[in-house]
Design a protein around this ligand. Structure first.
Ligand code: GDP
Length: 298
């Protein structure tokens, strides 16, 4: 299985390497809890979540002597408990085309994620259409076409600077006419002018609803896990701009900041549909709470 995070675990430094040695037992005391809290905060879990995790872990166990391994397991199970409710694959609906609006700031991995998802859907026998809705960034459109080619999925584009909502309408019409199962719509990620972006997203939603009142069926927010606590602000911002229904967390490979997922889960409870674990087309994995917790603490 794909690694949920490639980093060595958090606790190595605190507990030493000989984790399984029966010799190494530590007392679960205030000092130990403080050290654990610091590690969790350093991994971007956020202060509130870190305090809650350690408090739960310590409940009824203060003063006990625990092996390093037991400490890791306790911590991992607390983390997994928070993550389990949000580990949910993207729901697929019988009614087609299912419209997936993809939002997120530039650089978060939207294009890559759309490509990876398209490839997975196609592999599952679905007919997919992509709309390159970030019409103001020519580079983004080109990049999406590259991903579409890789995935073997058509990418609908519009002239640079044209109205994304018009493209969304054309794409919706085509997806319906072609009997597509899924339509993924990329969107602009410039937060510099939120009012503009909000109107742009609202207009896209308005026009696709002319074709299907229930669309979009999912609004995926793509977040870069390496941005740490900044991801919290992004969720708050995008929830004001769109009706975010779930998250994809990218760049989980190569970050020591995986704690941000716990913070997000604890705070918003939004489903995490998938995680990005690399730059290649197959590097998108379902989110596995136990594996994630074990890797984070391990
Ligand atoms: P967009 O601006 O949001 O569309 O972002 P892109 O999809 O262009 O991605 C920005 C950069 O992040 C690119 O260099 C991608 O290769 C990289 N990237 C995206 N997802 C992942 C991931 O899961 N892991 C890693 N390591 N890199 C990723």
């Amino acid at each position: 299985p794909a690694q949920q995070t490639a980093r060595p675990g958090l606790l190595g430094r605190l507990l030493g390497r000989r984790e399984d040695g029966p010799v190494l037992r530590r007392t679960l005391d205030d000092e130990m809890l403080e050290s654990l809290e610091e590690l969790l905060i350093a991994a971007d879990m956020g202060v509130d979540t870190a305090l809650r995790v350690t408090a739960n872990m310590a409940e009824g166990r203060m003063g006990r002597k625990l092996s390093a391994r037991e400490i890791k397991q306790l911590l991992a199970s607390e983390i997994a408990r928070i993550m389990e409710p949000v580990a949910r694959p993207l729901p697929l609906y019988p009614k087609t085309p299912q419209v997936i609006l993809v939002v997120g700031v530039n650089g978060s991995g939207k294009t890559t994620t759309i490509g990876k998802l398209a490839s997975q859907f196609r592999g599952a026998g679905k007919k997919v259409v992509i709309a390159a809705g970030d019409t103001f960034r020519a580079a983004a459109v080109q990049q999406l076409q590259v991903w579409g080619d890789r995935a073997g999925v058509p990418v609908l584009t519009a002239p640079e600077g044209s109205d994304p909502a018009s493209l969304a309408f054309v794409a919706m019409t085509k997806a319906q006419a072609d009997g597509a199962d899924l339509l993924m719509i990329d969107t602009a990620g410039r937060l510099q002018n939120r009012q503009d972006l909000m109107e742009e997203l609202a207009k896209i939603v308005r026009v696709i609803r002319k074709k299907d009142p229930e669309a979009p069926h999912n609004t995926l927010l793509v977040l870069d896990a390496t941005t740490g606590q900044n991801a919290i602000n992004q969720v708050e911002t995008f929830r004001k701009l769109a009706d975010v229904s779930g998250l994809v967390m990218t760049k989980l490979d190569g970050t020591a900041k995986g704690g941000i997922l716990v913070s997000l889960a604890d705070r918003f409870g939004l489903p995490i549909h998938a995680i990005g674990v690399g730059e290649q087309i197959d590097d998108l994995a379902p989110f596995d709470p136990e594996e994630f917790a074990a890797a984070l603490t391990g």
